[in-house]
Design a protein around this ligand. Structure first.
Ligand code: PLP
Length: 385
């Protein structure tokens, strides 16, 4: 990993809030800039070179995103982020008579839209060891539910393998939805590995070195005939008369209006960068995560609540509120996140409450981890606890 690729790291800050959003490599920043300086035009309708080129770049980006998760380009719908993808998807399906199961430890973004639109939401009871705790929870995956909508990696507990657990226990009729907001940055996603069940998933560009305001909704072709448009206007229709219209093919049908063209093109740049180094990134992250877990587990009064050796590390400290932990680290130029992390039902259910979270990216270093651990060693003493 070449840290020089990330201009913001030059500030010297120890940035360990990568599950919230990552820093951006220079190539992504330049790609946004180049588009607006040299290539700016609207897509699809223009017959002049600039518009034709912008359309080509936009559709090339769709292919790059599709290849990254082993999907077909027409299975990729661009949105503004994971939250937008899930909100759209829950409205694209008619869920009024559907029972949906979701993990109790999931993010609010993968909970509230289903609660809003489905007939009923059942919770799959999970903890840092997967989804097999609680009475009878997994039977619900097979018997009474129509859909499972789960995190593929929790933003609090890391990769709990809950998605795989639930997937392994389901029957083929159940539609699976994966919230890949965190998973996309920490494990290789190949959508064809989940061929047994129909699948959709969502992720955001900004958690994988891309810009904010751009996201992906992947919907497998097998489900396309179940989808209805939720947003109407230009580009999602072919012929429009005073009383009728013909829908454009998928995915354009679900991308009404002028999209975030520069965002899509820069997301493709981020994905090219990430894909090129993916194996090295995962290996490096693993070493950092193991060191962080080891160092933190030695600190008296500090309790790790997330999956062992995962790059997303949540913990509590006896006698110190997580906000005070985060503020203390901030005074040492270390950025972490504290609180409920938009996953309050799970943290309440497990009786953990708010936590402090360190989340590692490939550009972090062993020195940064060691520094963070050594600062935390002094926390309780400095707080007079
Ligand atoms: N799902 C999970 C697991 C997340 O961690 C997040 C954001 O942190 C989201 C969904 C929402 O992502 P976004 O805010 O990019 O829409």
């Amino acid at each position: 990993m070449n840290r020089d690729d990330f201009p913001q790291l030059k500030s010297g800050v120890i940035y360990l809030d990568n599950a919230a959003t990552t820093f951006k490599p220079r190539c992504v920043v330049d790609r946004v800039n180049d588009f607006y300086v040299h290539e700016n035009a609207n897509i699809y309708r223009g017959l002049y070179d600039l518009s034709v080129k912008a359309t080509q770049l936009y559709e090339d980006a769709r292919k790059i995103v599709a290849d990254f998760i082993n999907a077909e380009p027409e299975e990729i719908i661009f949105t503004s982020g994971t939250t937008d993808s899930i909100n759209k998807f829950t409205q694209m399906l008619d869920l009024s008579d559907k029972v949906v199961a979701t993990d109790i430890t999931g993010h609010h973004s993968n909970m509230l839209p289903w609660r809003e639109h489905a007939k009923k939401v059942n919770y799959i009871l999970c903890n840092q060891n997967g989804c097999s705790i609680g009475p009878g929870n997994c039977a619900e995956v097979n018997d009474s539910i129509d859909m499972v909508a789960m995190s593929m990696c929790s933003n609090v507990f890391g990769d709990t393998k809950s998605f795989e657990d639930a997937y392994g226990r389901s029957d083929a009729r159940v539609l699976f939805f994966g919230d890949a907001a965190q998973a996309i940055a920490h494990k290789k996603i190949d959508v064809r590995m989940y061929n047994y069940n129909p699948l959709a998933l969502a992720f955001s560009g900004h958690k994988i070195f891309g810009p904010t305001g751009i996201g992906v909704l992947y919907v497998e072709k097998r489900i396309h005939d179940k989808l209805r448009p939720t947003c109407f206007g230009g580009e999602m229709v072919e012929n429009v008369t005073k009383d009728n219209y013909d829908l454009a093919p998928i995915p354009q049908r679900f991308e009404a209006g002028t999209p975030n063209i520069a965002g899509v093109i820069a997301l493709a740049e981020a994905i090219k960068y990430f894909a090129k180094h993916q194996t090295e990134f995962f290996e490096h992250e693993k070493i950092l995560a193991e060191n962080a877990h080891f160092g933190l587990s030695e600190i008296e009064g500090l309790h790790i609540v997330s999956t062992k050796n995962d790059p997303i590390i949540s913990f509590t400290v006896d006698g110190v509120h997580p906000h005070d932990v985060a503020q203390y680290l901030a005074t040492h130029n270390i950025c972490v996140r504290a609180g409920y992390h938009c996953a309050q039902p799970g943290l309440d259910f497990l009786e953990i409450g708010p936590v402090t979270r360190i989340s590692i990216a490939p550009y972090n270093t062993l020195e940064e981890i060691d520094k963070t651990v050594s600062v935390l060693k002094n926390l309780r003493k400095d707080m007079h606890v």
